[in-house]
Each structure stands twice: as C-alpha cells, then as structure tokens.
Design a protein around this ligand. Structure first.
Ligand code: FE
Ligand code: FE
Length: 189
C-alpha cells in the first residue's frame, strides 16, 4: 500500500478532526526530518498513521493487545487510552502493510516516549505535540522553535510539561514517561 492509499483508508477510519491532526503530524514530521537528516518518507508514514487505532473502543484495545501477546501494564489497564500507541503500531503493520521497524517504533512510543529514542521516534513524539492544528499549550511558541533547533531540549520540554500537567490534574504519570524524562534530563545536564 502506498502513502496515498494509506491516507484514503485512514480517512475512513478517523473522525475529521483526528484525520486533520494526523495530516498535520505527517507534514510537521516531514519538515523536521528534512531539518535533521532523517528519512522523510518514513517520517511522513509514521506521522500519518501514529493514531490509526485511536478510535478502537477502550475495552477492545485491551482485548486486541492481549490477543497478540502484547503486555498490558497496570497503568494501561486503568488508562486503556494509552494503549492506542501500541495498537496503532500493530494496525499500521496488519492493516496498512507497514513492515519498517523504525516507523513502527516511532508509532509505538509516540505517547509515552522511551529512553534511548531514535531521531525518528523523537520527531513523531514532538510533531504530535506541535502540529499546527493543536490547541495552544503552555510554552507552545518556545517548544515549536526548539523543535527546529534542538531536538533533545524540545523533547525534554514537552515531557516536563506533560508530567506537570498530569500531576496538576491528579492523573497518574506512566512510569515510562517518567523514566524517559529522567533519562533525557540526565543526558542534557
Ligand atoms: Fe496519539
Ligand atoms: Fe496524535
């Protein structure tokens, strides 16, 4: 399946707003890939498909992951929404024919991040946060500039703001997000 066919299929699976977000992530990731010398075709596909399983009902998300032998953590049980990243990687492979492991990895870690991310992983994580259709979040202007000047600084900034936001709301922070923050905080200091 080529990217045009993927786009047509995705359009049928997502509500208009989420589809527009996906296109926003696709092209934002593409421009960042130019900037950082990353394969832009991979960035475009990963950006396009990163949320492809977002609208699978939550109980089904758990079921479908378990059926495929994917581990579901305590945190994911309570917040099945988090599983959309893992499940989107699975769907990208099964339903859109993506076999490239770098693309699948970037989709899989786009919500929580992970320590030792590849440049493509970081690009998708960041593009998801800064794409033009996004609501303006705290520090957005600074974060958008950092995205095109310092990938790690930008990543850390987003992780920090996400953790602060979740703590403020009284929501649990996924341990992987916390671990990712600590890893890059140490890297940069
Ligand atoms: Fe997502
Ligand atoms: Fe997204």
């Amino acid at each position: 399946m080529d990217r045009i066919q993927m786009t047509a299929k995705l359009k049928e699976k997502l509500p208009t707003k989420r589809f527009e977000h996906s296109i926003g992530v696709e092209y934002t990731a593409g421009t960042m890939a130019f900037m950082y010398g990353v394969d832009y075709e991979k960035a475009l596909i990963a950006g396009l498909l990163h949320d492809c399983a977002k609208y699978v009902p939550n109980d089904k998300k758990i079921q479908k992951c378990k059926k495929r032998g994917i581990s579901v953590s305590e945190c994911e049980y309570h917040n099945p929404e988090l599983l959309h990243a893992k499940l989107s990687a699975i769907y990208a492979k099964e339903k859109y024919g993506v076999t490239d492991e770098e693309i699948l990895s970037a989709i899989e870690c786009h919500t929580t991040g992970k320590p030792e991310m590849s440049a493509l992983d970081k690009i998708i994580y960041i593009a998801d946060y800064i794409e033009p259709n996004r609501n303006i979040l705290p520090d957005m202007d600074i974060i958008r500039k950092e995205a095109y000047s310092d990938l790690d600084r930008c990543l850390l900034h987003i992780l920090k703001n996400c953790i602060l936001y979740l703590q403020k709301k009284g929501s649990i922070v996924d341990p992987i997000t916390q671990a990712t923050y600590e890893y890059y905080n140490k890297e940069l200091s």
